[in-house]
Design a protein around this ligand. Sequence first.
Ligand code: ADP
Length: 169
Amino acid sequence: MTKAVYPGSFDPVTNGHLDIAVRAASLFDELIVAVYDAPPKHLLFTTDQRVELMRQALGHLPNVKIGFFTGLIVDYAHKVGARAIVRGLRMSSDFEHEFEMALMNKNLAPDVEVVCLMTAVDFQFLSSSLLKEVAQLGGSISNLVPKHVAAALKKKYSLPEESVSRKGG
Ligand code: ADP
């Protein structure tokens, strides 16, 4: 039984993350989506909220579990018995950072492989940070996140009912 972990901040989860998770779940017997408890960046959603948004998006997949981790992802991978860490790659700018992290993780845990999946072309320019910026300004994000995530963003930013699905200005 080959297990993998897919770690990330997921603040919040986007269709780009979900695409990677669904594809990774088809490659491994079990995929544990691991929400990074305290990444070194400002967060909009709490860990519980990020886990819950992820659970609502992926809970229907029988071989996917949702968890969260504190500390090193390689320690979490060992704890849950995962052989691989899955990451998603967008444009070249992701590559350098992911490569650096993969080498560091390999140094920390030579028995854990890092598997990178290329983003689907539709999500190439989708990041949680840009998504939040657009959502805060009331732009349309309905094709970029599941409905419950759009609703959670709307609530966070206290936007009126029709926002986050409104096109343009
Ligand atoms: P982190 O803070 O660990 O970078 P993110 O939540 O931003 O966490 O992303 C988690 C993983 O998903 C990373 O490997 C990231 O490159 C990948 N990812 C983020 N957005 C996309 C996307 N639009 N398409 C494919 N992979 C993505």
